[in-house]
Every structure is written in structure tokens, then in C-alpha cells.
Design a protein around this ligand. Structure first.
Ligand SMILES: C[S@@+](CC[C@H](N)C(=O)[O-])C[C@H]1O[C@@H](n2cnc3c(N)ncnc32)[C@H](O)[C@@H]1O
Length: 265
């Protein structure tokens, strides 16, 4: 099936979002420039010491996580199909003198752009929902990894994507029921931003994600589910005592994030 029209529309949406996101309090680029890492405990505790390791960061947005890993000593290549995002990532890398390579391409075309397999493939928070075909995605990941290499995914939990935007009722299927077409305003980083765009997304159940990885030679070593979000990017959130975010009225009743660490066999 040809998804090129969906990708074109989503790319335009992400270019609009990126222009708002990079100046938002949510991303707080000034603190990042001053040395603050954008990484979260899940990925830091799972990947541990990345010093000297080659890392491919899929759907890197405008590069904060990629450059945070580079600050930790990883040799990073970031990939994203938003030219605005890649332009900003390259600019940050140059301005802050943090070496990293950034490539503008669709995640499905990654293998045409990389020269060698990596020690780590990393992708997190708000990524797979833009991808229609997880088997093709897992094939790219597997081929981009060295034997014994590590794949790390942290994502928002598919249970969240079943709800309407205000978490009042179940609107969508848990599993992949085909494309979801929506018109959005603002961005998760700044809801009041004066932008409107069309977007296409897909829901992916946990079994769909895991089966795709397993069938492409990835052995799952760690699987974690968490009942909070590191990011305040949903409607109706409240902050927990741990400093992280819950949906008001659904606190500790639904999972909000998950992570998978897998090794290429
Ligand atoms: C939510 S962001 C990634 C989040 C990242 N954790 C962050 O906050 O910086 C999702 C990214 O996926 C990218 N993206 C979406 N679909 C893509 C595709 N088919 N190929 C490559 N990049 C894609 C978007 O351009 C965007 O930068």
C-alpha cells in the first residue's frame, strides 16, 4: 500500500509543529543550551553507559535527545523527515559544538542513508503512532543494528490513544484499526499556538509492537509499563508527588508509558 500522501501531510504538520516546539517552554532549549539533559530516567537507567557507542536515533525531532546522548559520549546519528527539525538539530549541534550527524529522511528509508550498523538504535515518546507498518519499521531497526546491538523504545501507552482528547470516553480501537485522520490546532508543546494542520496516525497494540520486533530477530530483554507520563503533553493532567503527570480522574488506573529494550540476536 502506498502511504506517500499520508507522509507528505504529516511532514508538513511536523514542520509547522517544530517551528513552535523549538521556542516553547515545554522544550526549554535555553536550559538545554546551558547543559541540562533532555533524557529521562527510563532510557538513562536502561542504556547506562553509552560512551564510545554508535547510536542511531530514529525520529529525533529537533535533536535535543540526540545531542544529550552525544554529551554522554555516544556517537550519534539522528534521523527525522521534518526538514525544519533537522535544520534546527544541525544548528544546535554547530552552535553548542556537540558533534552529531543529522539526516533528513523518512524512517522507512533509513537504510539508504546510513553507512554502517550501529551499537544502539533509540526512539522515544510519540514516534510509532506516525508509522503505518511496524513490520517494515522493525526490519529497518534489525538491519540497522550490529549483531548483539540494542534497540530501545519508550512510548506513550496505547491505552492513552483509545480516549478522546479530554479523556472522557473511548473513541478509538486499542489495536490498529486503520488510519486515523484528524485536524489539529496548536501543538502538545504549546496548545494555544496559532497553527492548524491535518495529520494521519495509527494506533499500535503492545502485541503488534512486540511481534514485529520478535519476528525481525530482536530478543526482548526488558519490558516496563508506567502509570505516569514524564511529559505534560495531554489534556486534563495533574502533577503527582513524583513530579510526573497523570490524567485527572484516571490517576493510577491506566498505564501511560511503556519501554522495551531488545537485543539483536
Ligand atoms: C513526537 S516527535 C519525537 C519526540 C522526541 N522524543 C522529542 O520530543 O524530541 C515525533 C517525530 O517523528 C517525526 N516523524 C514522524 N513520522 C516520521 C516518518 N515517517 N519518518 C521520519 N520521521 C518521522 C516527526 O517529524 C517528529 O520530529
Amino acid at each position: 500500500m502506498d502511504h506517500s500522501n499520508y507522509f507528505e501531510v504529516n511532514k508538513a504538520a511536523w514542520n509547522k509543529r517544530t517551528i513552535v516546539n523549538r521556542g516553547s517552554e515545554f522544550y526549554d532549549v535555553e536550559s538545554f543550551k546551558a547543559g541540562k539533559s533532555s533524557l529521562n530516567p527510563l532510557e538513562i537507567e536502561s542504556l547506562k553507559d553509552v560512551s564510545g557507542k554508535s547510536m542511531l536515533h530514529l525520529q529525533c525531532h529537533f535533536g535535543l535527545d540526540s545531542l544529550s546522548w552525544a554529551r554522554e559520549g555516544a556517537i550519534v546519528t539522528g534521523i527525522d523527515f521534518s526538514d525544519e527539525a533537522i535544520r534546527t538539530a544541525k544548528q544546535l549541534s554547530a552552535d553548542l559544538n556537540i558533534p552529531a550527524e543529522f539526516i533528513c529522511c523518512n524512517v522507512y528509508d533509513t537504510l539508504e542513508h546510513i553507512r554502517q550498523p550501529y551499537d544502539i538504535v533509540f526512539t522515544t515518546y510519540g514516534v510509532i503512532g506516525w508509522l503505518p507498518d511496524l513490520h517494515k519499521w522493525a526490519d529497518v531497526i534489525s538491519k540497522a543494528l550490529k549483531p548483539g546491538g540494542i534497540f530501545f523504545l519508550a512510548e506513550f501507552h496505547p491505552v492513552l490513544w483509545m480516549f478522546d482528547d479530554d479523556f472522557e470516553y473511548i473513541k478509538y480501537a486499542y489495536h490498529n484499526d486503520g488510519v486515523i485522520a484528524e485536524t489539529q490546532t496548536g501543538t502538545y508543546a504549546d496548545r494555544s499556538a496559532d497553527i492548524t494542520y491535518q495529520e494521519y496516525s495509527w494506533n499500535h497494540s503492545l502485541s503488534e509492537v512486540m511481534t514485529a520486533l520478535i519476528e525481525h530477530g530482536l530478543f526482548i530483554e526488558e519490558f516496563t509499563e508506567l502509570n505516569y507520563s514524564y511529559y505534560n503533553c495531554f489534556n486534563k493532567t495533574i502533577r503527582g508527588e513524583n513530579g510526573y503527570w497523570y490524567i485527572k480522574g484516571l490517576e493510577n488506573k491506566i498505564p501511560m508509558m511503556y519501554a522495551i529494550k531488545a537485543r539483536k540476536t
